[in-house]
Design a protein around this ligand. Structure first.
Ligand code: SF4
Length: 365
């Protein structure tokens, strides 16, 4: 049951969201137990593979080049350093690595070839690989799928109505197209939102309605609380109460019983008790590691302690779907072939020139 037939309208979802909190949590916990092992929580790591300098204007994001924040721009990481970080995340219990690049969209260039190699290398480590690289077309999605990508993250952030208040450099429709391209390529979809950006409760419900209206709603729905960063247009937003996070997690859980609801950014502002209620209400994943792209997150050790106290078990990779097989990338293979051909021609030209004696030129003065 991808969507809960009892909550397919705005009105019913709104009524659900506004239920007395403990009733809501109880209902969510009941649904969660029917579809998931309530003790299992996936630890995922989010790695910024290309930081800052983004041309977009997302009002919450310190990586947008136009805002004056403390984020330093860095070019794309190397495959080797990504593998090192992935191994470290895996050793600390993460079974999924999400690689984020601060791009408006994927471009068919050498950087994208490198990302393809990263996907292949991390999939080889038996970790679920997720990428968040901005907008992409269907061919690019196919290359990622072929490389072994498990999931593509592309958040709708909020309702269609509120979206324009936060982002002006692209449309809601662009987001939906990219999600559709991931789907067409056979990649699972990770898409969710941020609460606490100044939206109304109706906008939170509007976000869920966007997924409800999809033919194939996301397998993974991250719920983030805004981390207001100095220098961004949303720097003065008051932090939300953790009860709101619990409500949003619970409502999402009930509306999309099969999806993995991810308790994502904003955990540093939550108590262990607050997070425990989110797990009770159906959160099946957290982001682990001291950084969430560029914003702070609890340390691995704090989360290990929380898992021990709450009796949670880190979820294994590929519990929700088969491990993709990484295939050689046709574009990279063609480039390698061209380079080998060029090297061969150069070598042949060199050999031919070895027996060549330049003609003696007599000059007259
Ligand atoms: S959220 Fe992504 S697209 Fe938006 S400014 Fe930040 S890096 Fe760029």
């Amino acid at each position: 049951m991808k969507v809960n037939p009892a909550y397919k309208t705005k009105e019913s979802l709104l009524e659900l969201y506004n239920k007395p909190l403990l009733e809501l949590v109880f209902e969510a916990a009941t649904v969660h137990r029917q579809f998931h092992n309530p003790r299992e929580v996936q630890m995922s790591s989010l790695l910024s593979i290309k930081t800052g300098g983004c041309p977009e204007d997302c009002g919450y994001c310190p990586q947008a080049a136009r805002y004056h924040t403390d984020v330093e721009a860095h070019k794309l990481m190397t495959v080797e350093s990504v593998v090192e970080q992935a191994k470290n995340a895996k050793a600390n219990g993460s079974s999924r690595l999400c690689m984020g690049a601060a791009w408006r969209e994927v471009r068919d260039n050498r950087d994208f070839d490198t990302v393809i190699e990263m996907v292949q290398a991390v999939n080889d480590l038996n970790m679920e690989v997720c990428c968040t690289l901005g907008m992409m077309n269907e061919d690019q999605a196919k290359r990622l799928k072929n490389a072994g990508l498990f999931a593509y993250n592309h958040n709708l952030d909020s309702s269609r109505e509120f979206y324009g208040d936060v982002i002006s450099t692209r449309e809601y429709e662009d987001r939906l197209n990219t999600i559709e391209n991931a789907r067409k390529a056979g990649i699972t979809v990770c898409s969710g939102g941020i609460i606490g950006m100044g939206e109304a409760i109706e906008d939170r419900i509007g976000l869920l309605m966007s997924y409800m209206e999809m033919e194939n709603p996301p397998e993974s729905i991250p719920i983030n609380a805004l981390v207001a960063v100095e220098g961004t247009p949303l720097e003065d937003q008051k932090p939300i109460e953790q009860w709101e996070m619990i409500r949003m997690v619970a409502t999402t859980r009930i509306a999309f019983p099969e999806a993995v609801v991810r308790l994502s950014a904003g955990r540093t502002k939550m108590s262990m008790e607050g997070q425990a209620l989110c797990f009770m209400a159906g959160a099946g994943s957290i982001f682990a590691g001291d950084k969430l792209l560029t914003t702070p997150n609890p340390e691995f050790n704090e989360d290990k302690e929380m898992f021990a106290v709450l009796g949670l078990i880190p979820k294994e990779a590929f519990a929700d779907g088969e491990k993709p097989v990484s295939q050689p990338d046709p574009v990279i293979e063609a480039k390698k072939e061209q380079a080998a051909q060029r090297a061969k021609e150069l070598a042949e030209a060199k050999t031919a020139s070895e027996g060549f004696t330049p003609r003696k030129v007599t000059t007259f003065s």
